[in-house]
Design a protein around this ligand. Sequence first.
Ligand code: C2E
Ligand code: CA
Ligand code: CA
Length: 619
Amino acid sequence: MSYFIVTFIGLFAIVLMLIPLLRQLIREGNDLRDCLRAAQSDLVETLKQSEYYRLACDHARDGLLVQDMSGKIIWSNRSFQKMHGYSEDEIIGRNPLEFVMPDENTPTPEEIANFRYTREELETQALQLFKNQRRDGTEFWNQLNVSYNKAPDGQEHAIVSCRDVTTDVVKSNTLREAQKRLQREATHDGLTGIPNRSAFLKFIDGALIRAHSVTVGLLHIDLDRFKEINDTHGHSAGDAVLVHAAQALLSTAREKDLVARVGGDEFVVVCPDIDGFGALHALATRLMDAVCEPFEWSNVILQSEVSIGGALAKSHLTQSKDLLIESDFALYEAKRLGRNCVVLYDQDLEKRHHLQMRRASALMEAIDTDGLDYVFQPKMSLFSGEITGFETLVRWNDPNEGTIPPNDFLPLVDDLNLMGALDLLSMKAAIAQKRELIRLGYPDMVVAFNASPELLNHPEFINRLVWMVEAAGINRAHIAIEVLETTNFGVSTIQSSSAAILRDLRTAGFLVHLDDFGIGFAGLAHLAQLDITGVKIDQGLVSNMLFDPTSLKIVRKLVELCNDLDLAVIAEGVEDEETAEALHQMGCGIVQGYWLAKPLPPEDLPDWLAHHHKNPMRA
Ligand code: C2E
Ligand code: CA
Ligand code: CA
């Protein structure tokens, strides 16, 4: 019994002793479970992360690479493989430099084998661009971005991301090319490839600024009769002449000179460091000879002539615009002297230029203030002996120089682009004179005025003419418009705007006379194509006809032809009775000339008419 009790107590004591231990065990069991749970969730998290990495690598649009420091690929993502057209296995162990398009900078296999990255290089390298080749040979632009990584185990790697930027590169190349092209177009002439006006202006300004101790020369070159080449052989021949001229100038000018095309058939050569007028003249002559050299084009030999005007800067203070004006004036003189020559702006020319400028401003003023004068030259019918009308002729009384004839100042008016304005005034004077003649009791007389091409093409011309004639109650058939035969009626006469104006004038009921007929080369074709009512046979032919059998034959045929065509024939420049008589015999209707009367000032008309109208034939 006591044994049993002892045993029981013993067991009880053991149980008591074990209780904390068991408690401890239960507690630790719980901890273990927590630990396991935490480990499990860490694992899940890690797995999740690596799945994200995989997702990111597989679906990233950029190619991704891990290389060792010798450049060998250890790992690549799908995009990289797709971009290059190789499988993963084919890529491992290769160096991306192998995919670079071969050119002179491509590394050799040996260089690739010896390739090594440095840490510094990887950490500092900016974006790189390579033209790569895919497996199928197609090319693409690859933009690389490299970085450095060192693993905990000490392994070093290059991490590369790459992107196919072909579209961007092509776009920016196109843009750059377009920019370059635009820049070139802005400064160069499209046809000849030489600098244009704006490049020339920039160059000459620079040359003048630099020219402290030396002189700058400017040559202004104009192709003579360029229009004729265009009209005869067509525009491509004209283009060939321009290209030839540009090349001839380029190859003859000195290296420091600038040759530019500044207008249709106009070129300039800027000559820095030129040693005075002698050197400039010698250079201009060489340039002229080179341009005038004949050349073959499409089985025809083309040759152009040139007029050259030149000027020298007087000091570095000379402005390019002054040099331009001076060389331009010299060119104008070269043309006036018969073209195909060189004229330099020397002291003599400078004097003439100043006179011209004074004249120009006085002329502008005269036109502006309706300050020109008019004289009227009578025309007479050879059949009835009656005065049929007058031609209005402009005169300019310059306060300094006195009366200047139109042939002396009209070229200047033309240069000032004022021919249209001047002719509107002549038209006004003609209509006023017509009114005066009606008032004086000569209601049927025809008054004519000269119409330049500028007047014909003046937008206000016909409207103003009709309005003035209507306002004055004048019969339109008593107004004649004299149009020069040399007016450009275009290759296809019917379509030219001047020809259309003549038609409109005729439709409106005015008379239209072709002036100076017989000297223009389109001659007879004009008679057939233009809507005219009469011709004025050129005074050169008329005044020669009694001495020169050819002129006589031409005048006779022209009179005959015009009579056949029912056109009025007026012979001008008739200076004697014999000529008037001969014209009468031929059947010429009307004469005008010194034999009958010189052009008369308006105040002399009443008296003159009173004496001549009834019995005009001289004794
Ligand atoms: P045109 O229209 O042929 O005028 C005839 C010219 O010959 C006039 O010269 C006249 O004075 C001159 N003349 C007349 N009869 C004779 C003669 O028997 N012998 C000689 N040797 N000459 C004679 P003008 O007035 O000096 O005019 C010259 C040219 O100026 C005109 O030639 C005409 O083309 C132009 N012109 C004159 N006035 C105007 C105008 O208001 N507008 C335009 N656009 N041109 C005009
Ligand atoms: Ca005339
Ligand atoms: Ca004439």
